[in-house]
Design a binder for this molecule. Structure first.
Ligand code: IMO
Ligand code: MG
Length: 436
């Protein structure tokens, strides 16, 4: 019998909702933070003020509570690790003396991304031409494809180095056959160097404990320990539920948590859904509420630093899409909402998409339904709000902003329990305790 439940925190849109900041804030209240999917395609930013200096850490594979030294951070088996990327993340944390990373654990089921997975990702994108997905180029699609086609490599297999090396060689050769078939050029010497760097990085990771993730979590919940599951990407990038084919290659939603961690549905507690005061999307795919006013879009991009923390690409901004959020809340079973980046819209005109003209009751449309210009969003104009700097209490927030969030709550029928009003972790207001 479990004495506690695992809470889940995930993005409700197309990623970059501010999940990293929240996991950093709430992480110290949990015994375990568990990243359940995705890989180095994610970029979770944690900002800390340490001895008067602002430290910005972008985490790709490491759970975002790593700076909370008393919290254990676990990378679950459904996460993809590229040892080269993970080694860099660990070394950066150590070099900056932000963490000794002694609170990091890796599931022995983790699947590995090879340098040739990255090549294959780029080759496939090139081959798709104008139908390219706009992937992060981190090898995510090919590595998940290898996992499901049962060709992938688990990190736990590295204990038998001889047979492991053989498996690496066979898989890399298979990838290169495809890369050649697709006519994608690469430099063989660079690749050989990367393969060596990859092997060295894997050896470097030997010092990080490999665990049976499911056993660890069952024991934790049986002892009444607190577990928070960290999502990457967002609901609309879910491979089954998102805007397919413009999605990532795994399940990013609550349903995926049980499968990834080996937890029964009854073990799931709160589901905290994170979204921004506006929406962004990076990569290709339908985006109904995209802001077409270039000047306004640029202002939001600049003010919100909306550049990919993994690829540096500019993200497109758009308005909140209530039908899409209703859909995300429904499929994830969201119990609590948190609104991020409210300060970014200060002083700007604000619109809220409350439905679609064709069918105001519709809660979301599959991407096949999106013909360019065929679906027309219905907008409500919201009053613009002023500066939020130095606000510490919910009651002090601009009244126009409170009207905005009340309207969103009314439409979504779920409480917004916290609002972020700036980049720093102190610039966050809990309106109602999230963890009770
Ligand atoms: P975090 O965790 C935003 C997008 C890519 C592309 C699509 C598929 O920081 O929110 P992939 O490389 O996964 O095959 O790319 O998914 N994408 C993200 N967009 N935030 C992310 O992560 C993303 N991870 C992948 O831009 O459209
Ligand atoms: Mg991100």
């Amino acid at each position: 019998m479990f004495k506690s439940k695992a809470d889940v925190l995930l993005g409700l849109t197309w990623g970059d909702e501010g999940k990293g900041k929240l996991i950093d804030i709430y992480g110290s209240l949990y015994h375990w933070i568990v990243r359940f999917q995705g890989g180095p395609n994610a970029g979770h930013t944690v900002i800390r003020n340490i001895n008067g200096r602002t430290e910005v850490v972008v985490l790709h594979t490491i759970p975002s509570s790593i700076l909370n030294e008393h919290t254990k951070n676990l990378i679950a088996g459904n996460v993809l690790i590229n040892p080269i990327d993970l080694r860099k993340e660990i070394e950066e944390l150590r070099d900056k003396r932000l963490s000794d990373v002694k609170n990091l654990y890796i599931s022995n089921k983790v699947q590995l991304i090879l340098p040739t997975h990255k090549l294959l990702d780029l080759a496939l994108e090139q081959r798709r031409g104008k139908n390219a997905i706009g992937t992060t180029g981190r090898g995510i699609g090919p590595a998940y494809a290898d996992k499901t086609s049962r060709a992938g490599l688990r990190i736990g297999w590295y204990t038998d180095k001889q047979s492991f090396n053989k498996k690496v060689q066979i898989l890399a050769e298979e990838h290169l056959k495809l890369v050649d078939l697709y006519g994608f050029g690469y430099d063989i010497q660079t690749l050989e160097r990367q393969m060596q760097e990859w092997m060295d990085a894997l050896e470097f990771l030997s010092s990080i404990p490999k665990v049976d993730c499911t056993h660890v979590l069952h024991s934790a919940l049986q002892s009444g320990h607190k577990v928070l599951v960290e999502g990457a990407q967002g609901t609309l990038l879910d491979c089954d539920m998102g805007s397919y084919p413009f999605v990532t290659s795994c399940n990013t939603t609550t349903g995926g948590v049980c499968a990834a961690l080996g937890l029964p549905p009854q073990a799931i507690g709160k589901v905290i859904g994170v979204f921004k005061a506006y929406t962004t999307r990076v990569g290709r795919g339908p985006f109904l509420t995209k802001i077409l006013d270039i000047e306004l879009a640029n202002k939001i991009v600049q003010e919100g630093s909306e550049f990919g923390s993994t690829t540096g690409r500019k993200r497109d901004p758009g308005w909140i899409d209530i039908p899409a959020l209703k859909y995300a809340i429904a499929i994830n079973g969201v119990t609590d909402l948190i609104l991020m980046k409210s300060d970014v819209l200060s002083g700007l005109p604000v619109k809220l998409c409350i439905g679609y003209k064709e069918d105001p009751e519709k809660i979301y449309l599959s991407s096949q339904d999106y013909e360019e210009g065929a679906i027309i969003p219905l907008y409500e104009d919201m009053a613009s709000w002023g500066d939020m700097k130095n606000v510490t209490e919910f009651s002090e927030l601009p009244k126009e902003f409170k009207i905005y969030i009340n309207r969103i709550e009314e439409l979504l029928n779920v409480k917004i329990k916290g609002v972020s009003i700036g980049k720093d972790r102190t610039e966050y207001i809990e309106r109602v305790p999230v963890l009770i």
